[in-house]
Design a protein around this ligand. Sequence first.
Ligand code: SF4
Length: 393
Amino acid sequence: MTLLSCESLERPAAREEPWVSPRAAYVHVPFCAHKCGYCDFASLAGVDHLAERYLDALEREMAMSGQPQEVETIFIGGGTPTRLSADDLKRLLASVRRWFPLAQGGEWTVEANPGTLDGEKADVLRDGGVNRVSLGAQSFQPALLQALERNHAPEEVEKALELLRPRFNFWSFDLIFGVPGSTPEMWESDLETALGLGPSHLSCYGLVYEKGTALWKQWQAGSVHAVDEEAERAMYAHTIDRLERTGLAMYEISNFARPGHECRHNLVYWANDAYFGVGLGAARYVRGVRSSNTRELPAYLRRIEAGQSATGPTETLDPESRARETTVLMLRRTAVGLDRSDFLRRTGFDLDALAGTTVSRYVQRGLLEDDGQRVRFTREGLFLADSVLCELL
Ligand code: SF4
């Protein structure tokens, strides 16, 4: 009979907590058919000829970690990942699978834009392991798509869905409200059209005029007028009420889902958990260090090809800053909110000692509710979320 040594009886080393060691990976693909007027992402039009070189660089960057890292969620965003050819997509998925193998039951999302999908690419995504697609619909009205400088027609959303529905159980739309020239009635119509297509997840973002974008310049020059605050508030209020009635519960300030259809990858960000990030401009948060890659494509390619890191700004948060950041991110989760015990476990800080005065003040003003265990936004607070979150930070 062979006796097992003490060493072999030892339990495997416990995995580190998800806020220390990443169990999520973000992969960025920057190619787009056209630069939309409001877009502040690391995205580029007219450089498709660099796709293969970019995929080489991505693979090299992933390989720099030295060994594959198993993750529970993968998110390939952009840009427009589905702008890649079917062959390039296949290659991308194979390298992501190699360096970020997905745990059993994991979630793998790819962003797609209407007009960039066909049956072959949809097959490549499904066969490659992707199990969730997020479609950038934004609006179903030609005038609003034009105001956003989107280069697809409303009918292309329906066509994309015909490809996605039979292949994926999980798919989502992105919509934007507060587009210049829109009215609450137009937004209601967009929402009805979206609901008619039967999504189990919807992201509804209020338009932001990001500094430096084409739309921001037009707004600054006075050639574009922002929707007034009252109308935008009415659009958001309608979104919350209408989606709730349909069974799409709000689980984050801008995100709504049927139970079990929440985006698990984005929940990682809102829990302030760690994540890997590769590709142009990609951000990552690993062992308490936040960093992001350069947003300049030539510099990204040059540095990775020379075997160097493409990392730009890096920040190591002190424990208090990290805890404050955690309050802000967790409060975004409108259903779960900020749970005192969970917060203490993750940050080592007592919520009341850290931010008790601010929380109480907003509870008195009716913007936050506090049941002694959890703090959450009230309905009224959702409309002023930005200023509450800013103060907590
Ligand atoms: S498709 Fe998306 S990433 Fe590309 S330019 Fe438009 S908004 Fe930006």
